[in-house]
Design a protein around this ligand. Structure first.
Ligand SMILES: [Zn+2]
Length: 137
């Protein structure tokens, strides 16, 4: 029986990262969505030190650490320690879901100190850190 060879389907880019400095798309290995370790530590420390009687609502008021979107060349803090997702590895909705699941499994407490929910909610806002590729025309 003849072996069928299915050519590997090329990935169609569905999502685009927009650099927060130059406002241009970040693609492939030119940059990433990233989170500063120091920013997450600050949020976690503020939450840990919050008065015991602080309500859950007040605790929520401690702003989460913001994910940043930058070309490597544009990054305002290129030497910062942190966690990054290279642009070429988060180009489809399936990849976005996989990254979300991965971070929930591996670094759940850490993820909850970040504004990842806002990153997710922004995908239908063109020009946000991570958004759907807009149809041409
Ligand atoms: Zn840039």
């Amino acid at each position: 029986m003849a072996q069928e060879t299915t050519p590997k389907k090329a990935k169609v880019r569905e999502l685009v990262i927009t650099c927060q400095v130059c406002r241009k798309p970040v693609t492939g290995t030119t940059g990433h969505l990233w989170m500063s370790d120091a920013a997450v530590s600050r949020v976690q420390q503020n939450r840990a030190e919050a008065p015991a009687l602080m309500s859950f609502r007040d605790l929520e008021m401690i702003q989460p650490a913001n994910w940043q979107a930058h070309h490597k060349a544009c990054s305002p803090d290129p030497d910062a320690d942190g966690y990054g997702i290279e642009a070429g590895r988060i180009e489809t909705v399936a990849e976005l879901l996989e990254w979300t699941a991965h971070m929930m499994e591996k670094r759940c407490t850490w993820l909850c100190a970040t504004d990842w929910p806002q990153v997710l909610r922004g995908i239908d806002t063109p020009g946000s850190r991570l958004s759907r590729v807009q149809p041409a025309g």
